[in-house]
Design a protein around this ligand. Structure first.
Ligand code: HEC
Length: 158
């Protein structure tokens, strides 16, 4: 009996602190909505955009497939990450090979949560992996958030 009531009290306390936590989290989410903090203060801020740009341009090279090229084969910077014909052919014939790498810069093609899921797990909104040659990325969460912040910031002509 004694143990039971102690357990119950512990349970009550932890329920209480979980509730307090949610109330606090909801409160701060509300406060953020009312007064968006300066960009550098939270994930997706200015620092993250610079890191995301570095990952997109220099590490994961998303533009290799998602940016169209001019007649000399150079990136068309006026259409940076705006979608392009896939520049690679499969080594073995594959009827399911995608023709286009869609637009990913500017308004994202999916919610931030779905974009982060894709970049951290390789799984897209339909619960499946995207087709090759789209790489199955396994970024850590902060890298994925930085990439999404950068993609959102992209406007053609960049
Ligand atoms: C080697 C080529 C290649 C690279 C590099 C690449 N992608 Fe892709 N990506 C594709 C192709 C091809 C598709 C279409 C896949 C399909 O239709 O199943 C695609 C699809 C996507 C989609 C789904 C878009 C939609 O509307 O369906 C997203 C999001 C995406 N890529 C983001 C990225 C990001 C972010 C990077 C870099 C971190 C990247 N990709 C790098 C080729 C590439």
């Amino acid at each position: 009996m004694l143990r039971n009531s102690m357990l119950r009290r512990m349970f009550c306390c932890s329920t209480f602190s979980v509730l307090t936590f949610f109330a606090f989290a909801a409160g701060s989410a509300w406060a953020q909505g009312a007064h968006p903090p300066a960009k550098t203060e939270r994930g997706g801020g200015a620092g993250d955009i610079a890191r995301g740009k570095y990952i997109v341009e220099a590490v994961a090279v998303c533009g290799q497939c998602h940016t169209p090229r001019d007649s000399n084969g150079n990136f068309d910077r006026s259409r940076w990450l705006q979608g392009a014909p896939v520049p690679y052919m499969p080594a073995k014939p594959n009827a399911d090979w995608p023709i286009n790498a869609p637009r990913i810069g500017g308004a994202p093609p999916a919610s931030d949560a779905d974009m982060i899921k894709l970049l951290t797990t390789g799984i897209w909104t339909d619960g499946n992996r995207l087709r090759l040659p789209m790489p199955g990325f396994r970024m850590d969460r902060s890298d994925a958030e930085a990439v999404v912040a950068y993609l959102r910031s992209v406007t053609p002509n960049q």
